[in-house]
Design a protein around this ligand. Sequence first.
Ligand SMILES: O=C(O)CCC(=O)C(=O)O
Length: 252
Amino acid sequence: MIDVAAALDTWREHGFVKLGRVVDDAMLERLRTRAVELMLGQVTWPGLFFQMDTATGDYRDAPLGLGWQGPSLNYRKLEKLELDEQFRELIRHPSLEPLVRALIPGRVTLYRAIVFNKAAGGGSEIPWHQDAGKLWGLSRDPEVQVWTALDDAPETGGCLEFVPGSHRWGLSTPLGGVVPDDVVSRQNVDAKVVRLPVTAGESVLLHNLVWHRSGKTSTGQRRLGFSACYLSDDICCVRKKKTPRTFFEVFR
Ligand SMILES: O=C(O)CCC(=O)C(=O)O
Protein backbone atom coordinates (compact mmCIF):
# COMPACT_ATOMS: atom_id res chain seq x y z
CA MET A 1 0.00 0.00 0.00
CA ILE A 2 1.29 3.43 -0.91
CA ASP A 3 0.98 6.15 1.75
CA VAL A 4 -0.63 8.59 -0.68
CA ALA A 5 -0.58 11.70 1.54
CA ALA A 6 3.10 11.26 2.45
CA ALA A 7 4.06 10.49 -1.15
CA LEU A 8 2.27 13.59 -2.43
CA ASP A 9 3.92 15.84 0.17
CA THR A 10 7.36 14.72 -0.97
CA TRP A 11 6.40 14.90 -4.64
CA ARG A 12 5.14 18.47 -4.21
CA GLU A 13 8.34 19.49 -2.49
CA HIS A 14 10.97 17.67 -4.56
CA GLY A 15 9.17 16.85 -7.80
CA PHE A 16 9.72 13.10 -7.37
CA VAL A 17 9.18 10.42 -4.78
CA LYS A 18 9.86 6.70 -4.50
CA LEU A 19 6.62 4.76 -4.14
CA GLY A 20 8.21 1.47 -3.08
CA ARG A 21 7.59 -1.92 -4.60
CA VAL A 22 4.50 -1.86 -6.81
CA VAL A 23 5.05 -4.75 -9.23
CA ASP A 24 5.43 -8.30 -7.90
CA ASP A 25 7.78 -10.90 -9.32
CA ALA A 26 5.17 -12.67 -11.46
CA MET A 27 4.02 -9.44 -13.12
CA LEU A 28 7.62 -8.30 -13.59
CA GLU A 29 8.38 -11.51 -15.41
CA ARG A 30 5.36 -11.07 -17.69
CA LEU A 31 6.29 -7.47 -18.49
CA ARG A 32 9.95 -8.24 -19.19
CA THR A 33 8.95 -11.18 -21.37
CA ARG A 34 6.48 -9.03 -23.25
CA ALA A 35 9.02 -6.22 -23.80
CA VAL A 36 11.38 -8.76 -25.35
CA GLU A 37 8.62 -10.35 -27.44
CA LEU A 38 7.71 -6.93 -28.81
CA MET A 39 11.31 -6.06 -29.65
CA LEU A 40 11.79 -9.39 -31.37
CA GLY A 41 8.53 -9.10 -33.29
CA GLN A 42 7.09 -12.23 -31.67
CA VAL A 43 4.09 -10.19 -30.51
CA THR A 44 2.95 -7.27 -32.66
CA TRP A 45 0.36 -4.52 -32.34
CA PRO A 46 -0.44 -2.19 -35.21
CA GLY A 47 0.47 1.35 -34.17
CA LEU A 48 3.20 0.45 -31.68
CA PHE A 49 6.10 2.90 -31.88
CA PHE A 50 9.75 1.78 -31.84
CA GLN A 51 12.98 3.73 -31.86
CA MET A 52 16.28 1.93 -32.33
CA ASP A 53 19.14 2.97 -30.06
CA THR A 54 22.38 4.35 -31.35
CA ALA A 55 25.84 2.83 -30.93
CA THR A 56 27.25 6.25 -30.00
CA GLY A 57 25.48 6.44 -26.63
CA ASP A 58 24.15 9.88 -27.58
CA TYR A 59 20.35 9.78 -27.85
CA ARG A 60 20.47 12.55 -30.50
CA ASP A 61 21.97 10.04 -32.93
CA ALA A 62 19.04 7.65 -32.53
CA PRO A 63 17.15 7.38 -35.84
CA LEU A 64 13.75 9.02 -36.05
CA GLY A 65 10.70 7.77 -37.86
CA LEU A 66 11.99 4.35 -38.86
CA GLY A 67 9.84 2.29 -36.53
CA TRP A 68 10.43 -1.42 -36.10
CA GLN A 69 13.53 -2.49 -38.00
CA GLY A 70 13.56 -6.20 -37.38
CA PRO A 71 14.26 -8.32 -34.31
CA SER A 72 16.71 -6.59 -31.97
CA LEU A 73 17.17 -6.05 -28.25
CA ASN A 74 18.65 -2.62 -28.97
CA TYR A 75 15.48 -0.61 -29.28
CA ARG A 76 15.73 2.49 -27.10
CA LYS A 77 12.02 3.24 -26.84
CA LEU A 78 8.77 1.34 -27.28
CA GLU A 79 5.75 3.58 -27.14
CA LYS A 80 1.94 3.26 -27.26
CA LEU A 81 2.10 0.39 -24.85
CA GLU A 82 -1.52 0.93 -23.90
CA LEU A 83 -2.07 -1.28 -26.96
CA ASP A 84 -0.63 -4.22 -25.05
CA GLU A 85 -2.70 -6.00 -22.41
CA GLN A 86 0.28 -6.74 -20.16
CA PHE A 87 1.29 -3.10 -20.00
CA ARG A 88 -2.31 -1.98 -19.61
CA GLU A 89 -2.33 -3.92 -16.34
CA LEU A 90 0.57 -1.84 -15.08
CA ILE A 91 -0.95 1.43 -16.31
CA ARG A 92 -4.08 0.56 -14.30
CA HIS A 93 -2.28 -1.08 -11.38
CA PRO A 94 -4.61 -1.06 -8.31
CA SER A 95 -1.78 0.23 -6.08
CA LEU A 96 -1.34 3.24 -8.35
CA GLU A 97 -5.00 4.10 -8.79
CA PRO A 98 -5.56 5.89 -5.41
CA LEU A 99 -2.43 7.95 -5.96
CA VAL A 100 -3.35 8.96 -9.50
CA ARG A 101 -6.92 9.72 -8.47
CA ALA A 102 -5.70 11.88 -5.59
CA LEU A 103 -3.95 14.05 -8.17
CA ILE A 104 -6.46 13.85 -10.99
CA PRO A 105 -10.12 14.03 -10.05
CA GLY A 106 -12.68 12.47 -12.38
CA ARG A 107 -11.88 10.63 -15.58
CA VAL A 108 -8.18 9.88 -16.05
CA THR A 109 -6.58 9.46 -19.46
CA LEU A 110 -3.12 8.58 -20.68
CA TYR A 111 -0.74 10.75 -22.66
CA ARG A 112 1.91 8.12 -23.21
CA ALA A 113 3.10 4.72 -22.06
CA ILE A 114 6.72 3.97 -22.88
CA VAL A 115 9.42 1.45 -22.20
CA PHE A 116 12.86 3.03 -22.04
CA ASN A 117 15.46 0.37 -22.67
CA LYS A 118 19.14 0.57 -21.93
CA ALA A 119 20.49 -2.59 -23.47
CA ALA A 120 23.18 -4.62 -21.68
CA GLY A 121 25.82 -2.99 -23.88
CA GLY A 122 25.09 0.41 -22.29
CA GLY A 123 22.25 2.07 -24.16
CA SER A 124 22.34 5.83 -24.38
CA GLU A 125 22.19 8.81 -22.09
CA ILE A 126 19.08 10.88 -21.72
CA PRO A 127 20.02 14.49 -20.84
CA TRP A 128 18.28 16.85 -18.42
CA HIS A 129 14.77 17.39 -19.69
CA GLN A 130 11.20 18.23 -18.73
CA ASP A 131 8.21 16.29 -19.99
CA ALA A 132 5.97 19.22 -20.90
CA GLY A 133 5.83 22.34 -23.06
CA LYS A 134 4.67 23.03 -26.61
CA LEU A 135 6.32 19.85 -27.83
CA TRP A 136 3.65 17.90 -26.03
CA GLY A 137 0.82 19.60 -27.94
CA LEU A 138 -1.53 19.88 -24.97
CA SER A 139 -3.93 22.55 -23.76
CA ARG A 140 -2.21 22.48 -20.35
CA ASP A 141 1.00 20.89 -19.05
CA PRO A 142 0.55 17.50 -17.45
CA GLU A 143 2.08 16.81 -14.02
CA VAL A 144 1.71 13.15 -13.22
CA GLN A 145 4.05 10.41 -14.37
CA VAL A 146 4.84 7.08 -12.82
CA TRP A 147 8.11 5.42 -13.79
CA THR A 148 8.53 1.77 -12.86
CA ALA A 149 11.76 -0.20 -12.92
CA LEU A 150 11.31 -3.49 -14.76
CA ASP A 151 14.96 -4.34 -14.07
CA ASP A 152 17.22 -3.12 -11.28
CA ALA A 153 18.40 0.43 -11.93
CA PRO A 154 21.46 0.95 -9.71
CA GLU A 155 23.59 4.13 -9.60
CA THR A 156 25.85 2.97 -12.39
CA GLY A 157 23.10 1.10 -14.18
CA GLY A 158 20.98 3.86 -15.67
CA CYS A 159 19.02 5.01 -12.61
CA LEU A 160 16.95 8.17 -12.85
CA GLU A 161 18.62 11.37 -11.66
CA PHE A 162 16.85 14.52 -10.53
CA VAL A 163 17.32 18.15 -9.63
CA PRO A 164 15.06 18.36 -6.58
CA GLY A 165 12.61 21.24 -6.59
CA SER A 166 13.25 22.11 -10.25
CA HIS A 167 9.57 21.52 -11.10
CA ARG A 168 8.91 24.78 -9.27
CA TRP A 169 11.11 26.74 -11.69
CA GLY A 170 8.60 26.34 -14.53
CA LEU A 171 9.50 25.41 -18.08
CA SER A 172 13.08 26.19 -19.07
CA THR A 173 11.90 26.90 -22.64
CA PRO A 174 8.35 27.29 -23.98
CA LEU A 175 8.99 24.28 -26.21
CA GLY A 176 9.91 22.01 -23.29
CA GLY A 177 11.93 18.83 -23.57
CA VAL A 178 15.71 19.06 -23.25
CA VAL A 179 16.94 21.78 -20.88
CA PRO A 180 19.45 23.92 -22.82
CA ASP A 181 23.10 23.76 -21.71
CA ASP A 182 23.24 27.42 -20.70
CA VAL A 183 20.21 26.98 -18.44
CA VAL A 184 21.77 23.87 -16.90
CA SER A 185 25.07 25.62 -16.25
CA ARG A 186 23.37 28.56 -14.50
CA GLN A 187 21.82 26.18 -11.96
CA ASN A 188 24.96 24.63 -10.44
CA VAL A 189 23.34 21.28 -11.05
CA ASP A 190 26.30 19.12 -10.01
CA ALA A 191 25.83 20.22 -6.42
CA LYS A 192 22.09 19.51 -6.51
CA VAL A 193 21.74 16.27 -8.46
CA VAL A 194 20.11 13.31 -6.70
CA ARG A 195 20.60 9.83 -8.12
CA LEU A 196 17.73 7.50 -7.40
CA PRO A 197 18.76 3.85 -7.61
CA VAL A 198 15.83 1.44 -7.43
CA THR A 199 15.30 -2.28 -7.66
CA ALA A 200 13.05 -4.04 -10.15
CA GLY A 201 9.37 -3.55 -9.37
CA GLU A 202 9.79 -0.20 -7.60
CA SER A 203 7.91 2.82 -8.92
CA VAL A 204 8.67 6.52 -8.77
CA LEU A 205 6.15 9.36 -9.06
CA LEU A 206 7.56 12.27 -11.09
CA HIS A 207 6.29 15.75 -11.70
CA ASN A 208 6.49 16.36 -15.45
CA LEU A 209 8.40 19.59 -14.91
CA VAL A 210 11.12 18.20 -12.66
CA TRP A 211 14.50 18.09 -14.40
CA HIS A 212 15.46 14.46 -14.81
CA ARG A 213 17.94 12.43 -16.81
CA SER A 214 19.56 8.99 -16.91
CA GLY A 215 22.99 7.76 -17.88
CA LYS A 216 24.14 4.69 -19.77
CA THR A 217 24.34 1.44 -17.88
CA SER A 218 27.86 0.29 -17.13
CA THR A 219 26.89 -2.84 -15.21
CA GLY A 220 26.62 -5.10 -18.24
CA GLN A 221 22.96 -5.61 -17.32
CA ARG A 222 19.96 -4.43 -19.29
CA ARG A 223 17.78 -1.74 -17.70
CA LEU A 224 14.14 -1.56 -18.70
CA GLY A 225 11.99 1.23 -17.27
CA PHE A 226 8.31 1.88 -17.96
CA SER A 227 6.81 5.35 -17.84
CA ALA A 228 3.12 6.25 -17.89
CA CYS A 229 1.94 9.86 -18.04
CA TYR A 230 -1.60 10.40 -16.75
CA LEU A 231 -3.86 13.25 -17.82
CA SER A 232 -6.87 14.98 -16.46
CA ASP A 233 -9.92 14.66 -18.73
CA ASP A 234 -9.95 18.44 -19.31
CA ILE A 235 -6.52 18.36 -20.99
CA CYS A 236 -6.86 18.05 -24.74
CA CYS A 237 -4.63 17.84 -27.78
CA VAL A 238 -4.07 21.18 -29.50
CA ARG A 239 -2.06 19.91 -32.47
CA LYS A 240 -3.34 21.37 -35.70
CA LYS A 241 -1.50 19.47 -38.44
CA LYS A 242 -3.25 16.16 -37.88
CA THR A 243 -6.59 15.30 -36.37
CA PRO A 244 -6.28 16.07 -32.65
CA ARG A 245 -5.47 13.01 -30.57
CA THR A 246 -7.99 11.47 -28.25
CA PHE A 247 -6.50 9.87 -25.21
CA PHE A 248 -6.80 6.33 -23.91
CA GLU A 249 -9.07 6.08 -20.88
CA VAL A 250 -7.26 4.76 -17.80
CA PHE A 251 -9.82 5.26 -15.02
CA ARG A 252 -13.43 6.21 -15.62
O1 LIG B 1 13.94 5.65 -18.32
C1 LIG B 1 14.77 6.54 -18.47
O2 LIG B 1 15.97 6.33 -18.48
C2 LIG B 1 14.35 7.96 -18.64
C3 LIG B 1 12.90 8.19 -18.39
C4 LIG B 1 12.49 9.56 -18.75
O3 LIG B 1 13.27 10.40 -19.04
C5 LIG B 1 11.09 9.92 -18.77
O4 LIG B 1 10.25 9.11 -18.34
O5 LIG B 1 10.79 11.04 -19.21
